[in-house]
Design a protein around this ligand. Structure first.
Ligand SMILES: [Zn+2]
Length: 312
């Protein structure tokens, strides 16, 4: 059942919250479609019960399977126009790319599952930062979790935030939340801290009107992981070593999906630290090793000085 947030803005609560906006002249837009056919079916049922059909617009915030896996079902049954940014659209239309990029090669059978590989679906329109045809909905770029993730702001002052941040409960459960790009994720957190919306809804978590605490927790975790990796890299280590050390010390248990998501998250931190000149790589006996650079000793103090000190 649709849950009212404010005005004409609703959502369908679930493991992945699905945003809903009811157009003043009839019909609905949805933000993300959930994991699979079943979530697509749930969307249609909820819209029918709310007398909100037809479904006119689907916006995918990003290409992860739990956000676009319901597209195929909905596209078969409605005339909805589907929107996503160009990078995310490439993956939505070619779902093989997700396990392919995570594993860095042809994914073995256990990686070809619906959590990493949605049914292929169409993206009709490429979302940009300005999209007059999406009005009154506005695209808000929120890169970091994925390279071209977006949020959607409705005229009721509700921002659907996708996976730009995770709830404190999720951070408690997962030490290494998935952010593909650490610097972009930090910038997005900073941008959200200065954003003026009445309500914020992350895809995984609760509706909130008060963001500072959760943004601060996400930022602190990103920096803590980078600092932790720098500590480990006092000794040279491969990326696999790093994943193993973090998993052991933080008590993380892996499925193939979680292993590769964690490994990609570590890659994001290594890229960030390398851009900052704090780590370097070299090859030894066929292994690629990372080690802390000399300049890294002042990382904690230096980063805190240049990152925003305000609400986030
Ligand atoms: Zn995601």
């Amino acid at each position: 059942m649709l849950t009212l947030i404010q005005g004409r803005t609703y959502y369908l609560p679930g493991p992945v919250n699905i945003g809903v906006y009811l157009y003043p002249d009839g019909g609905a837009a949805i933000i993300d479609t959930g994991l699979d056919d079943e979530s697509g079916r749930r969307v249609l049922k909820a819209l029918r019960e709310a007398d909100a059909l037809p479904l006119r617009t689907i916006i995918n915030t990003h290409s992860h399977a739990d956000h676009c896996g319901g597209n195929a079902f909905l596209q078969k049954r409605t005339e909805a126009v589907t929107w996503a940014t160009p990078f995310e659209a490439a993956v939505i239309e070619n779902p093989y790319l997700e396990p392919f990029y995570l594993s860095g090669g042809d994914p073995f059978p256990a990686l070809r599952n619906k959590f990493l590989m949605a049914k292929p679906s169409r993206v009709d329109r490429r979302a940009q930062s300005e999209n007059p045809e999406l009005a009154p909905l506005q695209v808000v770029p929120l890169p970091g979790h994925t390279p071209e993730q977006i949020g959607i702001l409705t005229p009721d002052g509700v921002l659907f935030c996708a996976d730009a941040f995770f709830s404190c409960a999720i951070l408690d459960k997962y030490y290494l939340p998935y952010f593909a790009q650490v610097r972009a994720a930090l910038t997005t957190l900073e941008k959200l801290a200065g954003f003026q919306a009445a309500y914020y809804l992350p895809s995984h978590g609760e509706l909130t009107a008060d963001l500072p605490a959760v943004l601060a927790a996400n930022r602190a975790r990103l920096l803590a992981v980078s600092e932790y990796i720098l500590t480990i890299l006092e000794e040279p280590r491969s990326r696999e070593d790093l994943v193993a050390i973090i998993a052991t010390e933080k008590g993380m248990a892996f499925s193939p999906d979680q292993y590769f998501l964690s490994s990609a998250a570590v890659a994001g931190h290594l890229a960030y630290l390398a851009e900052e000149g704090l780590v370097r790589h070299y090859f030894s006996a066929g292994r690629m090793l990372w080690v802390r650079a000399e300049s890294a000793t002042t990382f904690a103090a230096g980063k805190r000085a240049v990152l925003p000190q305000g609400g986030a």
